[in-house]
Write a protein that binds this ligand. Structure first.
Ligand SMILES: [Zn+2]
Length: 439
């Protein structure tokens, strides 16, 4: 595990480093409060998953002259929610991206990235679009909008939230988001495809390496010729979902092959309750679409069946990686690993994100996107702690559900003062009568 160099404060220092590059937007009466305090205060709310964390800490400061926002997060003076909103609204979320970079460099240094590279030297990055704000009343100029037939309009923000994943690894490591921007005349799908292409041309390039191939994972709307071509042009490989409903030509082409010509491999699989059949099929070199300049891709499919042949699930993908009998099982597992984030990562982001925006409002410029990026960072801090902090791991494991952990942290920090994040974890370990494993 090698946690010598990890500390919560070290991660927080990465955030402080980026804050030192922020423009100072204080005007008039706001000069009492620093931008730094606003960022760290908002971050603390996301990290603690507690909308009332700051009001509890203001109350504690009034009671005993000290508080956990200061001791744990380094906030000098807690601004009001209104000040936080006004101070953060003008700040572009891109200014937070160096924090992701520093954490990536740290993970690289510590050998975590090489552990995330698969045995065939692939680093899997899943790209998924997610809505993180939506309203019929509240909006800002950065909002996307969707008109409904009944005359109402939904305003929303969405982003692609790339994460590094690996089958068998529970944590997904967040990379900087790519915001999907409003674009008149483009469909929702075009907007997401454009955002994915922008990411490939800019932020994504930082993760290319001579040590491994970056494989992008995406859903069916990425399995379009322009996106696939773009993926290859910029040096990535891809595994994208390929449904028969949206790829008729490719599936008609596959239907021409005899069963023998589609490579097939079947396994028996024990779920713990019953036996299932896993039928893998693949074919290298099929056209992605019905044009003379069609891109030739490799197609693969997993069909999960009961032993009587009833199909329960089916997954199919196209990729530019060559498929063989030796790698087909892994390749399908790689393709499927992006569902992990849809379920865990984006759900957490959505439910908590929606919830927490109520604290600070929506803003008129960058606020919504800035807070979402801070929320992703808070999520990443927890992911990294999971990997390095033995105390954190022990408490999380002992308490079981994540909700229990956050509820306990919220209650403890409301009533008691702790010198640091480690002291809080030590107090929990003592309370649970566990042996302290050290930091
Ligand atoms: Zn907006």
């Amino acid at each position: 595990m090698g946690g010598e160099e990890y500390s919560f404060e070290r991660l927080l220092q990465f955030l402080e480093n980026s804050i030192s590059t922020f423009p100072d937007v204080r005007t008039g009466k706001n000069t009492v409060y620093e931008v730094r305090d606003a960022v760290l205060s908002a971050f603390s709310v996301f990290f603690m998953q507690c909308p009332s964390f700051l009001s509890h800490q203001r109350a504690m400061a009034g009671r005993i002259g000290k508080n956990n926002a200061s001791s744990i997060f380094g906030v000098h003076k807690i601004p009001t929610d209104t000040h936080i909103r006004n101070l953060l609204d003008p700040i572009s979320p891109e200014l937070l991206f160096p924090v992701f970079d520093e954490i990536f460099a740290f993970l690289f240094e510590q050998g975590v990235i090489s552990e995330l590279v698969t045995c065939d030297r692939l680093l899997l990055i899943a790209l998924d679009g997610t809505w993180f704000f939506s309203s019929e009343q509240i909006m800002c100029p950065a909002c996307q909008s969707k008109r409904h037939k009944n005359g109402t309009t939904t305003y929303y923000h969405s982003a692609i939230t790339p994460v590094i994943v690996k089958p068998g690894v529970d944590q997904a490591f967040s990379l900087p988001p790519e915001f999907i921007t409003a674009d008149d005349g483009s469909s929702k799908q075009d907007c997401e495809n454009k955002a994915a292409k922008r990411w490939m041309e800019t932020v994504g390039l930082r993760y290319l390496s001579e040590h491994y191939t970056v494989v992008l994972l995406g859903d069916d709307l990425y399995a379009k010729q322009p996106v696939c071509e773009h993926t290859g042009e910029y040096g990535y490989s891809f595994i994208y979902v390929c449904k028969s409903s949206s790829h008729r030509y490719l599936y008609d082409w596959l239907a021409e092959f005899s069963p023998k010509e589609l490579h097939q491999k079947t396994h028996r699989h024990w779920t713990g309750k019953k036996h299932q059949l896993y039928r893998y099929r693949y074919r290298n070199g099929v056209p992605l679409r019905d044009t003379d300049d069609a891109l030739w891709v490799n197609w693969m499919e997993l069909t999960i069946m009961d032993t009587d042949g009833t199909v329960t699930r089916r997954f199919s993908f196209v990729t530019d990686l060559t498929l063989t009998d030796a790698n087909i099982v892994n390749m399908i597992a790689y393709g499927r690993s992006r569902w992990k984030i849809e379920n865990e990562h984006n759900n957490t982001l959505k439910t908590k994100g929606y919830h927490l925006e109520h604290n600070f409002g929506h803003g008129r410029e960058h606020l919504s996107n800035f807070l979402m990026t801070l929320n992703l960072l808070a999520f990443l801090f927890h992911t990294v702690a999971h990997r390095f902090d033995r105390r954190y791991l022990l408490v999380r494991k002992t308490l079981g559900r994540r909700q229990t952990f956050f509820q306990d942290v919220q209650a403890l920090t409301k009533y008691f003062f702790y010198d640091s994040w480690s002291h809080l974890l030590i107090a929990m370990i003592n309370g649970l009568e566990l042996e302290d494993p050290g930091g």
